[in-house]
Design a protein around this ligand. Structure first.
Ligand SMILES: [Fe+2]
Length: 328
């Protein structure tokens, strides 16, 4: 018999809980009887998650636990601070790790755009560095992360998916490991300047006026301002933030740079940003499917991109085309 999950609770994977840690929020088990379903307290917020608790789950074959939706923030904080342990845990499969990493990243990006102050910007940077470490350490992580990122392109987790796709693409064309970390963090942060632009303009239905578009065009420079206000060094992040709207033929903004005046990381960011825009549902246009987006980029917008790089990108996504049969 299938039970509806109460909207007040959120399922979590027991695999994400580390032995001998305190999670910081109450965790519940689902108790089913023939007449009712109840959420029973399994581990208190301040109690240590000991090995016997894990063994009990294995014995009873329980693969799902629950937290109150009100405690989501606490749970995600726990995941972020245990990130290194989770990704080096050999008992977890790459798919399980990726799901945990992905859900924590999604929550983080939501926080970042709701409150883009230095705390959340630093948090995003730290997380991006860890995410890249994970991808570099575990060769199976690439496949598993791309699988999730491409198949869930239509959801609100979009910016995380785009960061994942962009970083893995940058890795595939040989960006150095150290540069990749800043690149991933840069892709997550590149539009942070939009948080300084009126939502009336950002969410406007229909065509923007010339003045409104001039406002939008300020977001790369505003982004640099937001990064500078944190007082930290952001190297790759700055390049990506300022150059992600520069076109190969010089028609982009803010500076109208062309060809090799644009940093290779800026060129990749441009491709990723347009791919993101086309595959996301916006107030003024429906989302289009990933591979239709690539066709449109190649046929109608080729002035925007470094041609060779765009072909590399299409080649890179090819094996993950959802229309093809999954690889064994
Ligand atoms: Fe942008």
């Amino acid at each position: 018999m299938e039970y509806e999950i109460s909207p007040d609770y959120m399922p979590i994977s027991p695999s994400a809980l580390r032995t001998d840690t305190t999670v910081g929020c109450d965790i519940y088990m689902l108790a089913k009887t023939s007449i009712e379903v109840r959420y029973v307290l399994y581990c208190k917020a301040d109690a240590v998650f000991e090995n016997n608790k894990r063994e009990m789950l294995l014995e009873k074959n329980i693969s799902r636990l629950f937290i109150s939706k009100n405690d989501q923030q606490k749970y995600y904080q726990y995941l972020e601070s245990n990130f290194q342990n989770i990704i080096s845990d050999t008992r977890l499969s790459p798919d399980e790790k990726t799901k945990i990493v992905h859900s924590a990243a999604t929550n983080l990006v939501k926080d970042l755009f709701n409150d883009p102050r230095s705390g959340n910007i630093e948090r995003t940077k730290k997380f991006a560095y860890n995410m890249v470490d994970y991808v570099l350490k575990d060769s199976k992580a690439t496949h598993s992360l791309l699988k999730i990122a491409i198949h869930e392109y239509y959801t609100y987790t979009h910016s995380v998916n785009v960061a994942a796709i962009g970083t893995l693409f940058a890795k595939s064309i040989g960006l150095e490991d150290d540069d990749l970390k800043g690149f991933c963090s840069g892709i997550l942060l590149h539009d942070v300047g939009k948080t300084r632009i009126s939502t009336d303009i950002l969410n406007k239905n229909g065509k923007l006026t010339k003045e409104e578009f001039e406002e939008i065009k300020k977001h790369p420079e505003l982004g640099i301002k937001v990064l500078d206000e944190t007082g930290s060094e952001f190297k790759e992040e700055r390049i990506i933030t300022i150059q992600h709207h520069e076109n190969d033929d010089g028609t982009g903004y803010p500076y109208g740079l062309k060809k090799d005046e644009i940093d290779p990381r800026g060129k990749i960011a441009r491709i990723i940003d347009v791919y993101d825009a086309l595959t996301t549902k916006r107030s003024y246009a429906d989302a289009i499917r990933p591979f239709a987006a690539l066709v449109e980029m190649k046929e109608k917008m080729s002035n925007c991109f470094d041609k060779e790089l765009l072909i590399e990108f299409i080649r890179f996504l090819g094996p993950y085309d959802p229309r093809k049969k999954p690889r064994k």
